[in-house]
Design a binder for this molecule. Structure first.
Ligand SMILES: [Zn+2]
Ligand SMILES: [Zn+2]
Length: 177
């Protein structure tokens, strides 16, 4: 049977506690589009893109420690002006895979002589996606009246009146009239 994309055979490594092995795996992160953006503009790993995990495996009693770097391109949009953004996510990882691990072990389960790193790749990337990215710190966003990109110049719309000033004007008007 063919190995899953992010799986490695570790039979030889596991024969000796303390043994180490370098590895690097690159493959399509989400071929079935299970982890794409749920709402429009939400950050996600770029559709169809490869992810890479590379580093070192170390054999420990009942398991393996994985130390390395997970990387993949991400895409999303600026939370103020909705321009498309993207970049490279890089996440340093150090996690244990242990036989019979449960949620309480703070380790990933290891099934026999196959180490499947996909859950680690997915968790690392999904947790590091930018939640509400900005194209730049001072992005002016879109005009709420006409929708123009205010980074490209003023559209000429009146600024909406701040309600605090509006109430001051009401107080002042009788005297000034
Ligand atoms: Zn922006
Ligand atoms: Zn406008």
């Amino acid at each position: 049977m063919a190995l899953a994309t992010f799986a490695i055979g570790v039979a030889a490594l596991r024969r000796q506690v303390g043994a180490t092995q370098s590895f690097a795996i690159t493959g399509i992160f989400d071929p079935d589009n299970l982890y794409g953006a749920v709402t429009p503009g939400e950050s996600s790993v770029a559709p169809g893109a490869d992810a890479t995990i590379a580093g070192q495996l170390e054999s420990i009693p009942k398991g393996i420690v994985v130390t390395g770097l997970v990387s993949a391109p991400w895409v999303g949009e600026c939370r103020r002006c909705a321009i498309e953004l993207g970049g490279l996510l890089e996440v340093a990882v150090r996690e244990r895979f242990v036989e019979g691990a449960t949620d309480e072990d703070e380790a990933y389960p290891l099934e026999g002589e196959i180490l499947d790193l996909f859950d680690l790749v997915r968790d690392s990337l999904v947790l590091e996606l930018p939640i509400a990215p900005l194209c730049r710190e001072d992005c002016k966003g879109l005009c709420v009246t006409c929708g123009a990109d205010r980074n490209e110049g003023e559209c000429g719309c009146e600024s909406p009146i701040d309600p605090r000033w509006a109430s001051l004007e009401t107080l002042r008007s009788p005297e000034e009239a």
